[in-house]
Design a protein around this ligand. Structure first.
Ligand code: HEM
Ligand code: HEM
Length: 132
């Protein structure tokens, strides 16, 4: 898999959805989507875009398991966090409060793991991260 192309495409879709939700909030005057909008854009669009550029600029080995785990936890965690926020803050389905909360926590935790793996990677694969 091409990690840069994957993240660029996913981040572009997040940007589209995030901007749409922002426009909807501005138009409707209802702000229950604020946290969802903010995280779709700062996590889905900006952070995943940054990861796309990271894999383009630095020659992180394709065989790196750490990088593979990072890519998938970032992808799954960003969906888990934003969908979980939607369930938790917007409460679209009545009577599923516990499920919504657990979904939000698990999604956010997977995203946390991805940022943790990213930090580890900057040290483990440090020799590939250089301005040379
Ligand atoms: C179509 C473009 C956009 C529209 C119409 C829009 C609209 C809005 C609205 C109405 C709010 C709620 C403001 C409030 O609570 O008073 C908001 C919040 C926010 N937006 Fe957007 N937005 C857009 C694009 C973006 C982009 C591109 C980003 C970041 C990359 C972004 C990041 C945020 C953040 C972080 C907040 C939360 C701010 C806070 O809680 O103080 N928005 N946006
Ligand atoms: C790792 C998982 C994360 C969790 C569980 C999380 C959770 C939250 C929560 C609960 C809020 C308060 C929302 C509200 O009540 O309105 C918040 C606000 C915010 N977070 Fe996160 N966050 C996470 C990651 C991130 C990341 C990675 C970024 C930036 C790249 C970010 C940027 C923001 C911003 C800008 C706000 C203020 C916008 C708002 O008021 O909604 N968050 N976050």
């Amino acid at each position: 898999m091409d990690r840069t192309r994957f993240f660029i495409r996913v981040s572009a879709i997040y940007a589209l959805i995030g901007a749409f939700i922002g426009s909807h909030m501005a138009g409707s005057g209802g702000y229950e989507f604020r946290a969802v909008h903010a995280h779709i854009l700062v996590v889905g669009w900006l952070s995943l875009f940054a990861f796309a550029i990271y894999y383009k600029v630095f020659q992180i080995p394709k065989t790196s398991k750490l990088a593979t785990f990072h890519v998938w936890t970032a992808f799954i965690g960003s969906i888990g966090l934003t969908a979980g926020m939607w369930l938790y803050y917007v409460q679209p389905f009545a009577g599923s409060e516990t499920f919504n909360l657990v979904f939000f926590i698990v999604g956010g935790s997977i995203l946390m793991i991805s940022f943790f793996l990213f930090a580890i990677m900057t040290f483990v694969h440090g020799k590939f991260i250089t301005e040379e």
